[in-house]
Design a protein around this ligand. Structure first.
Ligand code: ADP
Ligand code: ADP
Ligand code: ZN
Length: 214
């Protein structure tokens, strides 16, 4: 099964993807994570993407679609894909259809995480992750059970994203409104969109998604 998690920055895409990976053995394909890895490794793609990401603007469609194509090519056909943060433009949605077809895959659901914009700044500015395993946390909504220790791997080191500041978040939200939200009708036409209340607690959102996947 292949699904898209669609929602603005901070909607909970990464959090829910991690739960699906853990619970169902699906594979998370996050273009944001791939781009951050490229920036860190200072690859050609990383060098081109760095400043764009720091401003909160979108990286070119060609770059992200090529990343997704390469990941799918390396995946076992029976492993389901969770697209997290991709597609973000209509051109990417069209590319994804072609890429999926070329790998013999079809799209089962586009899960829209519906959230209030006001809550997003709060979610993003409180976000941090484990520096070793990448487990996601939040200053108020999801603290480690033991303060300063990752629940999953026991590491004491955490990190915050340079683009998780209020100013950049506003740009990212504007990009979402202008370029990403308009791709919903592309999937509505095909009756693929399932709307989930992303303002509910993390476990409730997860239960709603489980209900959709069946
Ligand atoms: P996205 O991948 O859509 O940008 P994340 O999954 O990283 O969003 O979530 C953003 C922040 O909000 C994280 O710190 C996460 O722990 C927290 N969070 C995620 N889902 C919820 C929720 N349903 N309620 C409260 N906080 C949440
Ligand atoms: P969030 O879910 O918190 O918005 P991501 O980790 O998905 O953040 O993305 C971080 C940044 O990486 C984006 O602001 C953008 O610059 C870039 N990016 C990630 N995915 C894409 C994509 N599909 N198309 C264009 N740019 C992307
Ligand atoms: Zn960890």
């Amino acid at each position: 099964m292949n699904i898209i998690l669609l929602g603005p920055p901070g909607a909970g895409k990464g959090t829910q993807s991690a739960m699906l990976v853990e619970g169902r053995g699906m594979r998370q394909l996050s273009t944001g994570d791939m781009l951050r890895a490229a920036v860190k490794a200072e690859t050609e793609v990383g060098l081109r993407a760095k400043a764009v990401m720091e401003r909160g603007e979108l990286v070119s469609d060609e770059i992200v679609s090529a990343l997704i194509d390469a990941e799918l090519a390396a995946m076992a056909p029976e492993t389901g894909a969770i697209f997290d943060g991709y597609p973000r433009t209509e051109a990417q949605a069209v590319s994804l259809d072609q890429i999926l077809a070329s790998h013999g895959r079809t799209l089962a659901h586009v899960i829209e995480l519906a959230v209030d914009e006001e809550a997003l700044v709060d979610r993003i500015t409180g976000r941090f992750t484990c520096a070793r395993c990448g487990e996601g946390y939040h200053d108020r909504y999801k603290l480690p059970e033991k303060e300063g220790t990752c629940d999953k791997c026991g590491s004491h080191e955490f990190k915050r994203r340079p683009d998780d500041n209020e100013e950049t978040v506003r740009t990212r939200m504007a990009e979402y409104r202008a370029k990403t939200a308009p791709i919903l009708p592309y999937y509505e036409q095909r009756d693929l969109v399932r709307r989930v209340d992303g303002m509910a607690a993390i476990d409730e959102v997860s239960a709603a998604i489980e209900g959709i996947l069946g």
